[in-house]
Each structure stands twice: as structure tokens, then as C-alpha cells.
Design a protein around this ligand. Structure first.
Ligand code: ASP
Length: 594
């Protein structure tokens, strides 16, 4: 029978009693394990702070309590009052409370427990599906608790820092109209307006810009956003942003505030010094050097463009790619000349999965001869120039991709990462930040046969490129920036368009008629007519940020109740069918229900 809390008050969490030898305390928590050694019972008690060893002896607790202690099993919830003592047995160095133990004087069993479907322990070996089904048990595990505690700390620090910097925390609606982040919306049917739908926000973008129009000048929010995308490993249909917007600023101001925020966050949560200023790289440089707009700069192995040196060589794969407007680029895996053929073949296949027609390789043997898929098509002199340009020496292994630039970048950018993974160059405790700036404003969508906004349609073109909007829109660079950490984009933002003519031009380039633009975003365009300050902002993906701080591989490990790949929740079994009555109220009929 569950006993009551009457007259009882917890005095400390389990690990808070470490320095309280000789004091009487009351702790409460879950039984991690219990060992009956005949006339003495050892119990490890767990709460969110950690573990504490408790000893029960009949002479201290009395026969009634001792009988209760004999019944204790894993996950029982108990309250124990006793005296903190130095351990009688050996010190346990693996435990924060390893030097002490609690000698019990009384015990209450607050709740009994069935045997859990898996052990509650660090580094669980249990399959994730089972853990997610019983997430409330999974969340008792110390590693997940540490992650969520870290997450809470980051949120608190963010609030503290931003409010000290003059930001106001303001909420924006969840039931709203489609927002312009380019993903599919989650829709919510309206009962009062049958046939009409709200969209859940993909971001607070428009609202935060409106707040700038209204004079709040510095806004932030830690906010849920929703995007109905086909889920990849690192995505969740609902995710959290640290979202902000500032008035009367330009790129440098946004970057400066955020560098201070990141430095504080990393220092105060995980003790990592972020050296400021964080380096910056334009999108173009990032692509040229790393084949990626979110370069991992923890290691080198940079891309090298060798088109110039192979354009007239005898290897038609190279020369054709260049003739067709593409390029030939390579990376040098230093010291990997001895890589077995099987591994190289696997990398060729890896490159093909990223759209390469093939992957050429070349290694230099110690005696200066070559092992290569294409050396036979080139003269000795051509090979010499090529290896020189690649900075390669005997023992190195080079890979080359020859194709349209997009393909070359994608293939080599990913190959570079794959090689680094194989060589264990990606250290989780090394934190390398990078701002990537001057993103292209637009992206050409072959599917839609038109330009789409790379960031979103409110992003300001760079002043010097404004003219190009009329002549060569694909070349326009934007005042957009991403903050990248270890090859992961953890946030991004832009300076916004605040002039109606530029905004209208932008919609025109995106293929919206004026009516369509007003239909979707009219309230913003109208707001701009009544005095709008220049403004800019940024949003972090909080889940990914915490994932990197906690050195986890999955964002599910830093979200209390995450969804799985198909966007369902294994615990609540959402999404689910609803009653016909509810559908009728909403005026909704289901045409097909599998
Ligand atoms: N709303 C943008 C996003 O979600 C961030 C920003 O531009 O501030 O990516």
C-alpha cells in the first residue's frame, strides 16, 4: 500500500548530502537497486541529481521498517530519513556520493512498481522503439536527464542574456496563416469556419517582423515551429527555435550579439571557451573550399579546383566535364595511399550515391609511380602538374570529381566528411564555429521552373547586387547568414527587406503576381506602408544545438517526447483516428482511411 507524505518533507536531493556527514536528512526517489545481505540491506536511491547509497539495519529502523525495506524492488518510490555517514565499506569513486552513505532511521514506501520493461540505466542497450514507447521510464535514465537539464540551462541562460541585452520575450500565435519557410504546413481545421484551416507556424517570421514595425525593437522567443517535411534522421515535425529579431541593425550587429550569446552559453553550460570573433566565410568560399554551405572546419582536406590544369589532358571524363561548363576538383587524403582497393570501391559507390557518374582516384607510391583509375590517359608531365596542384606527396591518395559544379561540390563535400569519419577526425569535444555569409538570394527550382527564395522571400539582397535582380537574379547575393558548428547548421537569419519596392520586385522574381503576394502576406506589406525600421534577425534550431553540446548523435536524445521518422509518437500513438462526431463538427469527410 502506498504510504502518504503526511508530516514528511524532502530536505535534499540524493547528491546534495555529500558534505553533510553527521546530519539528519530526508531524501526521496526511486530504488535503483536493492541488495539484501542478511542482516543489512543496501539500497541505491536515485533522483534527478544522481544516486545515494542507503543502508538499512534493523537496530536503526526498527522491525516494521526493516520488513518494508526487505520488500523494496527496482523503481519503488520511497522516502528515507536518516543520518549521513562516511562509508563503512570502500569508497566508490564512480559515484558522486561514493564517500558517504545514508544510515536509514525511517522508511516510507510512497509507491510500488511493476518490473519495468527494460532496465533504467545509463547507456541503455534497449532498442529505441521500446524506450520511446515507455518514454516516461526512458526519461528516468541519467543520460537523458542530463541532456534535459542542460537544455533547461541553455534556455535559462538565453533568457537571461537576451533580456540583459534589451530583448523582450513576446509570444506569437500558433494558430495562424501559412508562413514562408518553404516547407509543407501542418493544418488545423476550423470548426467555426467550416472548410477553413489555420496553419501551424513554420517560424514566427512574419510576426516578429511585424513586432519590429510596432516598435518593440528587440524581440526573442523560445518557440515551437512545425514543418511537415519528409523526415530525415535529424528532423522532427515540431522543433524548437531560439528566435530573435532586432531593429536598426545590419549584419554585423546581429552577428555580434549572437557571438556573445554563444560564448556565454558554451562557457556556462559545458565549460567550452568560444574564441571570438567567430570566423566568417562567404558562401562562395565555403563551396569552393569545402563543397558545402555548412563546412566542418575541424579538419582540412579541402577541395582544389584543377580544371585549369587538366582541361587539355587526354582523359575525356575530365575534359568533357569542363567543356560542358562544369569543373574538375579534387581532395587529397594525406597518407592514405595504401587504402585497400575494396575501400576505394566503396567510396566510388558512395560518390555515385551523391550523383557522381564516377570517382577518379590517384595515389603516389613511394617510388614515385602511380596507382590510379585514369593515369594511363595522361602524360607523365600532366600527372606531375596535377599532383603538384593538389599538394600531394608520395603516400597520399587523391580523389577527383568531374561534373557540373553542383554535383562536384556535393560529391566531394560529402566524400570529405565520409573520409574524415573513417579516419576518426571528427572529435565531438572540439567545437568549431563558423559564420557563412552572402548566401545566394535565390535558388532555381527545375521542378517548378522558377526561382525560389533560398532563405525566405523577406531576405534583403546585398546592396551592390540589387541591379542584378533585373538582369541576372541567380547571381544576386543576400544579406543572409548561417551559424555553423562542426558541419551542422545550428542557426540562420538575414537582414530583411524593408522597402516596398524591393519587396514587390522580390515577389515578382519569385513569380508571384501582386495579388498573390497581397493575398498571402498582405498584412506585412501593408504594415510596411506605415513606417518600418530596418531590421534583421536570426533563429537557432535549439534541438540541434543541444544535441551538439550534449555530444549526442540524435536530436531525439535531447527532446523529452520526440517523434519517430514517420512523424508518429510511439507512446501516445499520435496521430490517430478521431470520432466521427468531431469530423462532422469540422465538416470533414475522410475519403480514404487505410
Ligand atoms: N525564420 C527563419 C528560419 O526559421 C530565421 C530568420 O530568418 O530569422 O529559418
Amino acid at each position: 500500500m502506498a504510504e502518504s507524505m503526511k508530516g514528511l518533507q524532502r530536505s535534499h536531493r540524493c547528491t546534495e548530502v555529500t558534505n553533510l556527514t553527521g546530519e539528519k536528512v530526508t531524501v526521496m526517489g526511486w530504488v535503483q537497486k536493492s541488495r539484501n545481505k542478511g542482516s543489512i540491506i543496501f539500497v541505491d536511491l536515485r533522483d534527478r541529481s544522481g544516486l545515494l547509497q542507503i543502508i538499512f539495519e534493523e537496530g536503526d529502523v526498527g522491525s516494521e521498517n526493516y520488513a518494508k525495506a526487505e520488500k523494496l524492488r527496482s523503481e519503488f518510490v520511497i522516502a528515507v530519513t536518516g543520518t549521513v555517514e562516511l562509508r563503512s565499506g570502500g569508497v566508490n569513486e564512480n559515484m558522486a556520493t561514493g564517500e558517504i552513505e545514508l544510515r536509514a532511521e525511517s522508511l516510507r514506501i510512497l509507491s510500488e512498481a511493476d518490473t519495468p520493461p527494460f532496465p533504467i540505466e545509463e547507456n541503455s542497450k534497449t532498442k529505441e522503439e521500446l524506450r520511446l514507447k515507455y518514454r516516461y521510464l526512458d526519461l528516468r535514465r541519467p543520460d537523458l536527464q542530463e541532456n534535459l537539464i542542460m537544455r533547461s540551462k541553455v534556455a535559462t541562460l538565453t533568457r537571461q542574456f537576451l533580456s540583459e541585452e534589451g530583448f523582450l520575450e513576446i509570444e506569437t500565435p500558433m494558430l495562424t496563416k501559412s508562413t514562408p519557410e518553404g516547407a509543407r504546413d501542418y493544418l488545423v481545421p476550423s470548426r467555426v469556419h467550416p472548410g477553413n484551416f489555420y496553419a501551424l507556424p513554420q517560424s514566427p517570421q512574419i510576426f516578429k517582423q511585424l513586432l519590429m514595425c510596432s516598435g518593440y525593437d528587440r524581440y526573442f522567443q523560445i518557440v515551437k515551429c512545425f514543418r511537415d517535411e519528409d523526415l530525415r534522421a535529424d528532423r522532427q515535425p515540431e522543433f524548437t527555435q531560439i528566435d530573435m529579431e532586432l531593429s536598426f541593425v545590419d549584419v554585423d550587429d546581429v552577428i555580434a550579439v549572437n557571438e556573445r550569446l554563444l560564448a556565454k552559453m558554451f562557457k556556462e553550460t559545458i565549460g567550452v571557451e568560444v574564441s571570438l570573433p567567430i570566423p566568417r566565410m562567404t558562401y562562395k568560399e565555403a563551396m569552393d573550399r569545402f563543397g558545402s554551405d555548412k563546412p566542418d572546419i575541424r579538419f582540412g582536406m579541402e577541395l582544389n579546383c584543377v580544371s585549369e590544369y587538366v582541361k587539355d589532358c587526354g582523359f575525356s571524363v575530365f575534359t568533357d566535364a569542363i567543356k560542358n561548363g562544369g569543373s574538375v576538383r579534387g581532395i587529397n587524403a594525406e597518407g592514405q595511399g595504401e587504402m585497400p582497393r575494396k575501400k576505394i570501391d566503396a567510396l566510388v559507390q558512395f560518390a555515385k550515391d551523391f550523383g557522381a557518374k564516377g570517382l577518379a582516384y590517384l595515389s603516389i607510391n613511394a617510388d614515385g609511380t602511380y596507382k590510379s583509375s585514369f593515369a594511363k590517359f595522361m602524360t607523365e608531365e600532366e600527372l606531375k602538374i596535377l599532383t603538384e596542384q593538389m599538394g600531394a606527396k608520395p603516400g597520399d591518395l587523391m580523389f577527383f570529381a568531374a561534373d557540373e559544379d553542383d554535383v562536384v561540390f556535393d560529391v566531394l563535400g560529402n566524400l570529405r566528411l565520409e573520409l574524415a569519419r573513417g579516419l576518426e577526425l571528427l572529435k565531438k569535444d572540439e567545437y568549431k564555429f563558423l559564420w557563412v555569409t552572402e548566401f545566394p538570394l535565390l535558388e532555381y527550382s527545375k521542378e517548378e521552373g522558377r526561382y525560389t527564395a533560398k532563405h525566405h522571400p523577406f531576405t534583403m539582397p546585398m546592396e551592390e547586387d540589387l541591379e542584378l535582380l533585373n538582369t541576372d537574379p541567380g547571381k544576386v547575393r543576400a544579406k543572409a547568414y548561417d551559424i555553423v558548428l562542426n558541419g551542422t547548421e545550428i542557426g540562420g537569419g538575414s537582414v530583411r527587406i524593408y522597402q516596398n519596392q524591393v519587396q514587390e520586385k522580390m515577389f515578382e522574381v519569385l513569380g508571384f503576381t501582386k495579388e498573390e503576394a497581397y493575398d498571402r502576406f498582405g498584412f506585412l506589406l501593408n504594415a510596411f506602408k506605415y513606417g518600418v525600421p530596418p531590421h534583421a534577425g536570426l533563429a537557432y534550431g535549439l534541438d540541434r544545438l543541444i544535441m551538439l553540446m550534449a555530444k549526442e548523435d540524435s536530436i531525439r536524445d535531447v527532446i523529452a517526447f520526440p517523434k519517430v521518422k514517420d512523424a508518429s509518437c510511439l507512446m501516445t500513438e499520435a496521430p490517430n483516428v478521431v470520432e466521427l462526431k468531431q469530423l462532422n463538427e469540422l465538416g470533414i469527410g475522410i475519403t480514404e482511411n487505410k
